[in-house]
Design a protein around this ligand. Structure first.
Ligand code: ADP
Ligand code: ADP
Ligand code: MG
Length: 763
């Protein structure tokens, strides 16, 4: 967007070029000065303006040479000067057009910029809204995720804790298992030892039993020995008896034998005692064996117990390992969930990162948009400044234009005379052109459009005016020439435009015209221009307020053409007095006169229609519908500029005078005669006033007629007047035509009003 606009400096350059284009059409500035210095004596130089100074210089230029009576010289000088001023005005108008065009352009650009700007703003705010919403959503999601994350983390922590506990327990179980295994080993070892001991004890037992049996054998052997010994004894006793004989001899032997027995008895006792001892020993062994058996039983029981314990331990271990397994499966499940959650967290973190990135991007775009916005703002400011500058230039130009415009009008004379010849009317039977009349229009460069020749009884009469419109001149052509005067009313001047001429010469046609766009007269056109211009000036801060009134002066009395419910005929007995009063500020009031605020051309058109129906008409030979009264349309224009604080009060008077024909021709009598006399009196009062002002008389006879008295503030001073002299081309009207032309010439020679420059230079 920035590239579509030229850089800042180029606006000024463009403006400068535009001004140069407008200003430098032909010659350099020197031409103006030389033209002025030569007093315009040479053939009209090409006048060129290149700046304000030239204009100021032109304005400051003084009339010189030429005595007061050298009218021709003065007129030439004047016309030169007027040409220059016209050129100057044209230049200003072009400049103004340029400024207006530029202003329009700038305004257009500004509008476009503004609209684009608002659009951009709306878009931006939308984007920001969206981003905000997205951001909110994401932060919410992020919070949720963080919450779940923390929850998961705590769960994980709990799981890890329980896992740790499980591990500890498992370790504990393992250590106890180890302990038990050690115990078991020891017990097994003990059992083995015990079984070994048992074996040993059994061996000993066996040996002891063997010894016992051997001892029992020995005992039985001994008992067998003892019985053998008894038998021996009996044999010996029998041998004693046998030997008793031998006893004496054997007594001795007996004694010895008895001693022997005694000793075997001792040895038997000894053997019993050994047997007893052995029995004791066996008993002891038996007790020992029993003890060993008991020990073994105890050991076996212990072993059983230990086995049971071992089985228990094993069971416990199995359970522990199962628990361990379930724990580890749980742990792995938890780890899995943990992993998945970590994955989730990671994806969420990624999303978060993406969102943050997006947010950053949005921030960047927002910043870009903001900078764009700032740039736009600056541009707009710059454009506004340029616009203000252009506007101030326009205001300046406008002021200068007013000044120049006024000067030109002053130089033209504050009263100007335009002559208009109407075409021959069809019903006269004449063909087109002006065959019926001896009127001709000189075509020399000097007098083209400004002179009229009239042949009367072989004598050529020449007249020249500010402007002569021939029969071909359209309403538009005529209006172009008076539009500047109408503009003066908007600029705050008092303006009178009169239509003078004999009945049927085209006064009403000129002032009011006929319905239809081409045929509209000066009054509707002036009003259109005023409304149009006042509207266009609104952009410069001007606000206009307008009031219209319409009256006619018939037989020296005023009639309100806009009075509500007014009867069609003229009512002399009307209670309304319509007295004219002037205040020191140059404001005129007519008591009881209807004044209507108008805001559009349509308002005024209605009023004009109403007024034309109310206008007094009377029958004369000359003209059936001839209006025998002066018609005065007054538009009060008050404008104020809220920007510059200026205030203007202008008045536009448009007057359709009553027919100027002389008495003899109308050959009226009675009422019509009185009418005609009163009309002639008021017309001559008007010319008297004009001539008195022109001559600078102390006394100006404003009070000689109602019309002049009514228009007093608008005649003289810095007011402007224009008189259309309407001419009928018919040969039969030549007498009246000559009268009208002479009257116009006399008025044309007048300069009423004080040229502004002599009093003050301000507007
Ligand atoms: P004024 O404004 O001069 O008092 P009006 O404008 O009211 O008179 O009257 C003009 C009327 O007179 C027109 O309708 C026109 O047709 C008629 N008229 C003007 N001149 C002639 C003429 N020479 N012959 C016949 N009718 C004429
Ligand atoms: P006045 O008001 O002076 O009496 P009018 O304005 O009524 O005269 O004009 C008389 C007649 O001539 C009218 O019919 C009018 O339309 C016609 N007329 C006057 N001037 C022109 C003109 N310039 N072109 C065409 N017709 C005209
Ligand atoms: Mg008329």
């Amino acid at each position: 967007m920035a590239s579509s606009l030229p850089p800042r400096g180029s606006y000024l350059e463009n403006a400068g070029t535009a001004r140069r284009e407008m200003g430098l059409k032909v010659a350099p500035r020197r031409n103006v000065l030389s033209a002025i210095n030569n007093g315009g004596a040479e053939a009209a130089p090409v006048v060129e303006f290149s700046g304000r100074e030239d204009v100021e210089r032109l304005l400051a230029e003084k009339m010189k040479g030429k005595s007061k009576n050298d009218f021709k010289g003065r007129v030439e000088q004047m016309s030169d000067y007027i040409k220059k001023l016209r050129a100057c005005i044209r230049w200003y108008m072009e400049l103004e057009d340029g400024y207006l065009a530029e202003q329009e352009k700038l305004r257009g650009t500004l509008d476009a910029e503004n609209s684009r700007h608002t659009q951009l703003e709306a878009q931006l705010s939308n984007a920001i809204e969206e981003l905000k919403a997205a951001n909110l959503d994401l932060t919410r999601r992020c919070e949720n995720l963080e919450e779940t994350l923390s929850r998961e983390k705590s769960e994980k922590l709990i799981a890890a804790e329980s896992y740790e506990k499980e591990m500890q327990e498992r370790e504990l179980a393992e250590s106890s298992r180890d302990l038990l295994t050690v115990d078991l080993e020891r017990v097994t070892h003990d059992a083995k030892r015990f079984s070994e001991q048992l074996k040993m004890v059994q061996d000993t037992n066996k040996r002891l039993q063997e010894y016992n049996t051997s001892l029992q054998q020995y005992n039985s052997n001994l008992q067998a020995d003892a019985s053998k010994s008894g038998e021996t004894i009996s044999k010996l006793q029998k041998e004693k008896s046998a030997m008793m004989e031998t006893m004496a001899a054997l007594r001795e032997c007996n004694n010895s034998m008895s001693s022997q027995l005694e000793s075997s008895r001792a040895s038997q006792q000894e053997a019993i005692r050994v047997k007893e001892e052995l029995r004791k020993e066996v008993e002891c062994f038996r007790a020992e064996l029993k003890q060993a058996r008991d020990d073994r039983d105890h050991s076996v029981a212990q072993l059983n117990n230990l086995n049971i314990e071992l089985a228990n331990c094993k069971e416990q271990i199995g359970r522990s390992s199962k628990e361990c397994e379930s724990m580890s499966t749980k742990v792995s499940a938890l780890e899995e969930t943990c992993n998945t959650q970590q994955d989730q967290i990671q994806t969420l973190q990624k999303q978060l990162a993406v969102a943050t990135e997006k947010l950053k991007l949005a921030d960047v775009t927002a910043i870009e948009a903001m900078t764009g916005y700032e740039e736009q703002k600056e541009k707009i400011k710059y454009l506004e400044e340029r616009l203000a500058h252009a506007e101030s230039q326009i205001v300046e130009g406008d002021e200068l234009r007013k000044k120049l415009h006024n000067t030109i009008l002053e130089l033209k004379g504050n009263i100007r005379v335009f002559c208009r010849v109407r075409p021959l009317l069809r019903f006269h039977g004449d063909s087109n052109g002006l065959e019926g009349a001896s009127i001709s229009f000189p075509t020399s460069v000097e007098s083209a459009g400004r002179a009229i020749d009239l042949m009367n009884q072989g004598q050529k009469l020449s007249f020249s005016y500010d402007k002569v419109f021939d029969h071909n001149a359209s309403q538009e052509d005529v209006f172009v020439e008076i539009s500047q005067l109408v503009q003066s009313a908007l600029d705050g001047y008092k303006v009178c435009i009169f239509a003078y001429g004999q009945t049927g010469s085209g006064k009403t046609y000129t002032m009011m015209g006929r319905p239809g766009n081409d045929q509209k007269g000066m009054i509707p056109r002036s009003l259109e221009q005023i409304f149009k211009t006042s509207q266009s000036l609104e952009s410069q801060g001007w606000e206009y307020f307008m009031q219209a009134s319409m009256l006619e002066i018939y037989n020296e009395s005023i009639r309100d053409l806009l009075a509500p419910g007014r009867p069609n005929s003229f009512d002399m007995s009307a209670s309304k007095q319509y007295t004219i009063k002037h205040d020191p500020h140059g404001n005129t009031t007519v008591s009881d006169l209807t004044i209507i605020d108008v805001f559009s051309i349509a308002d005024v058109t209605n009023l004009l229609e109403k007024a034309s129906h109310s206008r007094s008409v009377g029958k004369t030979q000359m003209n059936e519908q001839s209006s025998r009264s002066h018609f005065v349309f007054t538009l009060k224009i008050s404008g104020s500029n809220k920007n510059t604080g200026q205030h203007v009060e202008g008045i536009l008077n448009l007057i359709d005078l009553a027919g100027s024909e002389r008495l003899a021709k109308s050959s009226s009598t009675g009422d019509r005669l009185k009418e005609t006399q009163s009309i002639n009196k008021s017309l001559s009062a008007l010319s008297d006033v004009i001539f008195a002002i022109a001559k600078g008389d102390d006394h100006v006879p404003f009070r000689n007629s109602k019309l002049t008295y009514l228009l007093q503030p608008c005649l003289g001073g810095d007011s402007k007047a224009l008189m259309f002299v309407n001419i009928s081309p018919e040969a039969s009207s030549v007498g009246e035509t000559i009268c009208s032309l002479r009257f116009a010439s006399r008025v044309n020679a007048c300069e009423i009003g004080i040229p502004r420059r002599r009093t003050s230079t301000s507007i």
